[in-house]
Design a protein around this ligand. Structure first.
Ligand code: AMP
Length: 191
């Protein structure tokens, strides 16, 4: 399976991505996690990414695309993957199309977690307190929401037009949402 999970910041993508990946036996590839690992290791990529992340802005497409291309080329992703947090811009959609086409496969589904905006912001503020992420201050959270609405939400329509979109209600207990996701994805034919 080649899958994408989408949703606004705080929708619970990362949590659900792990369950979905396990269910289908594919790696969950989170661009946010890869950036954070590079930041904590102090790599050049991490140093560059940090300034954008701390401001709630997107890391430039060329940097992000290159990183995803390298990750997808790894052997564990040969049979499939779940992308969490990528693509986030129209340019990244095109780049991903090229990457998947090159492998001779296609995208199977784009899962969109549908959540209430206010609920999401309060979840993020809670997470900020627990995890102390530098990009989870109130101003940065607002900026991340704006950037999402402006640059990433339009992607939902793009995938809808390609008949790849699977919308799932993302509100409720984690296990309930996971069950809804499995029910929706288990009927998606694998390419
Ligand atoms: P996330 O954990 O997915 O919310 O990502 C944390 C931060 O990493 C984002 O706010 C961006 O600064 C950066 N990031 C993650 N994925 C991407 C992407 N696909 N394009 C650009 N920036 C990204």
């Amino acid at each position: 399976m080649r899958l994408i999970i989408m949703g606004p910041p705080g929708a619970g993508k990362g949590t659900q991505a792990k369950y979905i990946a396990e269910h289908f036996g594919i790696p969950a590839i989170s661009t946010g996690d890869i950036f954070r690992a590079n930041v904590s290791d102090g790599t050049p990529l991490g140093v560059e990414a940090k300034r954008y992340m701390d401001a709630g802005e997107y890391v430039p497409d060329e940097v992000t695309n290159r990183m995803v291309r390298n990750r997808i080329d790894e052997p564990d992703a040969a049979e499939g993957f779940l992308l969490d947090g990528y693509p986030r811009t129209l340019a990244q959609v095109e780049e991903l199309d090229g990457m998947i086409k090159f492998t001779g496969h296609q995208l199977d589904a784009v899962l969109s977690l549908v959540v209430d905006k206010d609920e999401v912001v309060s979840r993020l503020l809670q997470r900020a307190q627990i995890e102390g992420r530098a990009d989870d201050t109130e101003d940065v959270i607002r900026r991340r929401q704006e950037v999402y609405l402006d640059q990433t939400e339009p992607l939902i329509q793009v995938y809808k037009e390609r008949s790849l979109l699977v919308e799932v209600d993302g509100l409720g207990e984690v296990e309930e949402v996971t069950k809804r996701i499995f029910d929706a994805l288990d009927v998606v034919p694998e390419s």
